[in-house]
Design a protein around this ligand. Sequence first.
Ligand code: AHR
Length: 321
Amino acid sequence: MIRKTLLAGVALAAGLMAAGAAGAADLTIGFSQIGSESGWRAAETTVSKMEAEKRGIDLKIADAQQKQENQIKAIRSFIAQGVDAIFLAPVVATGWDSVLEEAKDAEIPVVLLDRTIDTKDDSLYLTAVTSDTVYEGRVAGEWLAKTVGDKDCKIVELQGTVGSSPAINRKKGFDEAIAAHSNLSIVRSQTGDFTRTKGKEVMESFIKAENGGKDICAVYAHNDDMQIGAIQAIKEAGLKPGTDILLVSIDAVPDIFKAMAEGEANATVELTPNMAGPAFDAVIAFKENGTVPPKWIQTESKLYLPDTAQAEYERRKDLGY
Ligand code: AHR
């Protein structure tokens, strides 16, 4: 009798483990990715695939082509497929509550990648893997203030996608950093939607409006791709980027290191493209042992200058993304 009860207990525990504890190899995760607006975004997609493969995870990526409505459709489709978790890189910060409630009702954990959302209910997501984007803006602003010293400096700003958390926060951080320096002022600020093409277009209009670019002291771009567009516009206007006009931006993609090594850009703040690695680990720990991760898994933000640009360019090329 005792033996029978013990055996039944072992069988039940084994059954529960099989039903409740998914190993990484059993996991299917849906990733609603924004699109491919920047080199950084393309790198994030590549790294996500590499990190999934390492862990034997079946990662299904849906490219939303920069549209929130496509992201909402993708999330609904992942819910219908019964995936084990959903990763969401939210194109804008607002408008997610109802679809995330649907995921919650279906008991599918959601992890935010690289951008945050505005919600009163933080139980709608398991964790957010992001950098401190306000801090990134502050680092850029402090670098510029230090570099310029007492000189008057008119800044033009290329903002990211309107309504996205990094655009809102990188502006805030930069504004805070330069507020104490009355010689620094933002004279023009417009969105370039995080793309190279729009960054160039907007920079051309800034140059026209600012005495052929001669009145511009610095460009602050919310990402490197817009900055690379701005570099082209500055060169076409007959000015020297990095010398006539100072350039600071965010992401640390290989192309900006190349520009820095060639003296055409001055500083970048790194945003790691490996958001998925920590996100996979959090989901695995949650599924396997019920470990609840912190609400924010923060990635590092680091300032890079031209002295290490060539080495960083080579190193990043070898990483394969
Ligand atoms: O959310 C991260 C931002 O999105 C990156 O800085 C930018 O390049 C991307 O498009």
